[in-house]
Write a new protein. Sequence first.
Length: 230
Amino acid sequence: MKYKILYADPPWEYVKLNFYNKKGINNKVYDRMKIEDIKSLNVNFIAEDNSLLFLWVTNPMLKKGLEVMASWGFEFTTIAFVWVKTYKNGKETIPKYLSLCTTSPDATFRKNYQLNKILIKAMAKYCKEKKILFMLVTVDIPNIYTPEGERKYKTIDSTFDAYFFENDLENYATSLNIEYLGLQRIFRQAYEKNPVPLHWFHWNYEGHKVLANALAEKLKPILASNKHEW
């Protein structure tokens, strides 16, 4: 029997993630398969022509997942579903790193964020001493460059601020007297002007175009002036 729709959830083997083995996570739940063994599965035998494949892939295995998909004769099109983990009470939660965008930030991530600021300050100081132009660029947050994504997190926590990082780091860059480019608002504006996806897990082709244009516009006046030494 052949099928028009296939759903596959391979038992990925996390070769480089020794943490899983050391902690014994899921080791006794099911056996893992090597990537070459997964690729060799004869999925075409049960797939109709022009069939659809929904392949479950975890973030560390994205590249391998695309390889598996191609080896089975399928071409990547889009991300169909995203698994959002919840607490035991069933309520959806905001990822801990994004809790910084709320009035109740995770303590560990808050300390790490402050450490990042210290590192930025040190790099900016070094570049200034060497007369090297230093520009701080904050990337957009993939989950919230769309209005729908922002509303989702605001529903979970009404204090969620999609532009927290951009606003905070822009002010920080100003205090250090360094150039700054924030991409959160730029990606939002690009999406609202032309509502096409700008991300897979990372930037897709359209996202890279938005980034390139933003960098070009930011650098043009800098390069045209004699403000900075190189």
